[in-house]
Design a protein around this ligand. Structure first.
Ligand SMILES: O=C(O)CCC(=O)C(=O)O
Ligand SMILES: [Fe+2]
Length: 260
């Protein structure tokens, strides 16, 4: 018996947000979250940029613009917070003149449509986290789960969350490839032991059943899913597959916090 009560993508509603947090549905989708004209301008700017490497991850052909907290989570907190402002400026530059801020749009959409308070994560004594990195996949993003409390052995606001989701707005996508595959198998402290030594990904043997959904990203769509469900990204070396993204954590008070 799997966990999902449906293998469809669902609308953003309070009930569906609860079901997603409880891993009872695979994902939420909001079609045309960003209009096509804006997406085309952002996509052409992104393709002109060179994407920095995630050099802390081996074997994942992923590149990013912005800042990734995981990468600095075991350094002094000043190191990460010293980089947040500049990362924010790089993202602002990409949206220059477009009068759009998808991070704020996601926050507003969660408040209006999912009936939950949401905000960017804040670290007492340091400031706000960075949220909304751009990420490019040029190949296989291997099977993994994202859960800050499991990956990070240090006390940060984001390691106090009880559930972790992610949102992605796709700016570049191929018409029939680049699937995001989400599996109906939940990451646990027990199966975390199967993680490939010194790396981020898992062997397929961790999967408890074949049940999965394969989402072909469409430009402008917002997809929200639970990153404690194992997932993989089937990008291709020839394809351009770029999204803006952040994690979303469930705080003790029921509100949602964003960070990248
Ligand atoms: O690019 C995607 O579709 C999902 C990427 C991913 O692994 C995540 O957002 O956690
Ligand atoms: Fe992920």
């Amino acid at each position: 018996m799997g966990n999902w009560i449906s293998s469809e993508l669902h609308d953003l509603t309070p009930e569906n947000m609860n079901l997603l947090l409880e891993q009872k549905i695979p994902a939420i989708r909001v079609k045309d979250f960003v209009d096509r004209e804006t997406c085309d301008v952002v996509a052409s700017r992104l393709l002109e940029m060179r994407f920095a490497n995630y050099d802390h991850l081996k074997d994942i052909p992923v590149h990013q613009v912005g800042l990734c907290h995981n990468q600095w989570a075991h350094d002094d907190k000043n190191v990460y917070f010293g980089k947040c402002q500049e990362a924010g400026e790089v993202i602002e530059e990409i949206y220059k003149g477009l009068d759009i801020d998808p991070v704020q749009m996601v926050i507003q959409s969660i408040r209006d449509n999912a009936g939950r308070e949401a905000s960017v994560f804040h670290e007492e004594g340091y400031g706000d986290y960075f949220a909304g990195a751009f990420r490019s996949f040029k190949g296989h993003g291997k099977l993994h789960a994202d859960h800050a409390p499991s990956h990070i052995n240090a006390p940060w606001a984001v390691t106090k969350i009880s559930k972790q989701l992610t949102w992605n707005v796709y700016y570049c996508a191929e018409s029939n490839s680049g699937e995001l595959v989400i599996y109906d198998t939940i990451h646990t402290a027990e199966n975390d032991k199967m993680k490939v030594e010194g790396d981020y990904y898992f062997p397929y043997e961790v999967l408890e059943r074949e049940d999965c959904v394969r989402v072909i990203p469409k430009v402008g769509d917002l997809i929200i899913f639970n990153t404690q469900n194992f997932h993989e990204i089937l990008g291709t070396p020839e394809g351009n597959r770029i999204s803006q993204t952040s994690f979303v954590g469930l705080r003790e008070d029921g509100s949602l916090g964003l960070w990248s």
